[in-house]
Design a protein around this ligand. Structure first.
Ligand SMILES: [Zn+2]
Length: 150
């Protein structure tokens, strides 16, 4: 995938700096994380999809989180209440409350801990299995994996 998925770059050759954000390789578990001076203070995190979001997004998001759990110290479980979740996942169109409006080509953006929010652009044609998708669609699991990087 050549097209950027948000304002953060994908990792290239171990370390990459863009807009002051440095992607760092963890020497202990060989995972990567972004160093921004904020981190989760716990390893067991809860997540939830905002009410009104496409319900079919649950499964690919859980797959993305499982991939991260398998290669990090973090564990993820579904929160029963959206507002109580550590990671709050929503779908928004255009201008929404965070002053970072989605434009046509934006897929998603996220906020570092402790805010822990992931916003998908609701105007994008999302698919849950990229293998059968067209070039004008985006795969939820792939984008969730990128945005939820721990
Ligand atoms: Zn947003």
């Amino acid at each position: 995938m050549v097209k950027p998925r948000c304002n953060l770059p994908d990792l290239v050759n171990g370390t990459l700096i863009k807009r002051g954000v440095k992607l760092v390789r963890n020497p202990f578990n060989r995972s990567y994380f972004t160093y921004v001076g904020s981190k989760w203070e716990k390893f067991n995190l809860t997540w939830a999809l905002r009410s009104g979001s496409p319900p079919e997004a649950n499964l690919p998001i859980s797959f993305a989180l499982k991939t991260w759990a398998d290669s990090s110290v973090f564990r993820f479980s579904k929160a029963s209440l959206f507002e109580a979740a550590d990671v709050k996942i929503s779908f928004y169109s255009g201008i929404h409350y965070d002053n970072i409006p989605f434009e046509e080509d934006d897929l998603a953006h996220s906020f570092y801990p402790p805010r822990g929010e992931l916003h998908f652009n609701a105007d994008v044609t999302w698919v849950v299995d990229f293998r059968g998708s067209h070039c004008d669609t985006a795969d939820i699991e792939t984008i969730a994996f990128h945005e939820l990087g721990v």
